[in-house]
Design a protein around this ligand. Structure first.
Ligand code: ATP
Ligand code: MG
Length: 230
């Protein structure tokens, strides 16, 4: 079982391929101190999502080591590992039920007051209150009644409520209006505070705010540094 971690993340000479003889990652070395945010950038197919997959241990056939607080992710149970990693994927997962249920999924024991406070802090409260039944509004699995930006804010609320040490985020690529963009950036800052985060970043504003930008190309790190250095 993975004990409660601070959130140091280390990849040591990590190589991985989904298929034999087709490496998706080659010799990746990364050392991220707890609390820092990392933006992963690079062309399509460069390996960004693969890094994220390996942090969550979606695959076991990895060469090298993936370490959290110095502990190899292969030495702990998947359950205890994933309880400390929050995942916000590109295609945000909304299930059929109320808005409240969808946020509470992050922490099943959360009270209504905690849910609302969380929604407020990621700036989702206002749009929720504009829905026909507020927090009790029923949404469908595809979440079609919600915009991309609204779904993103809802998933931020869910992740914040779960309060994981490490956050992994595959940023939505769909275009959103400027006001929502601004709101998402503010919400993101709240969400990232005090935890280690890996963001597959598509927006320049996200990249600019990262502590470390890691540039991937054909499965290798070709550059890294902060926004001023690159
Ligand atoms: P994108 O910006 O398009 O999301 P990415 O940087 O996230 O790209 P990855 O998904 O990490 O890229 O893919 C890295 C390589 O691994 C690519 O060559 C891709 O074709 C391959 N790959 C990714 N997922 C799989 C899979 N499930 N099975 C086989 N090959 C895969
Ligand atoms: Mg990807």
């Amino acid at each position: 079982i993975l004990p409660e971690i601070h959130g140091d993340v280390r990849l040591e000479n990590v190589s991985f391929g989904y298929e034999a003889d087709r490496p998706a990652l080659r010799g990746i070395n990364l050392d991220i101190k707890a609390g820092l945010s990392v933006a992963l950038v690079g062309h399509t197919g460069s390996g960004k999502s693969t890094i994220v997959n390996l942090l969550c241990r979606f695959y076991d056939t990895v060469e090298g080591r993936v370490l959290l607080d110095g502990i190899d992710v292969r030495d702990v149970t998947i359950e205890s590992l994933r309880s400390q990693i929050g995942i916000v994927l590109q295609d945000t997962f909304i299930f059929s039920g109320t808005i409240r249920d969808n946020i509470r999924y992050g922490r099943p024991g959360a009270t209504d007051a905690e849910i609302e406070a969380t929604a407020r802090s990621v700036r989702a409260h206002d749009f929720i209150m504009d829905l026909p039944n507020g927090y009790d509004t029923e949404v469908e699995e595809r979440g079609n009644a919600l915009s991309v930006g609204q779904r993103q804010l809802l998933s931020f609320a869910r992740a914040l409520l779960a309060n994981p040490r490490i956050l992994v985020l595959d940023e939505a690529t769909a275009s959103i209006d400027t006001e929502t963009e601004l709101r998402i950036q503010e919400a993101l800052a709240t969400l990232l505070k005090g935890r280690t985060s890996f963001i597959v970043a598509h927006r320049l504003s996200t990249i600019r705010h990262a502590d470390r930008i890691v540039v991937l190309d054909h499965g290798e790190i070709v550059d890294q540094g902060n926004h001023d250095e690159l």
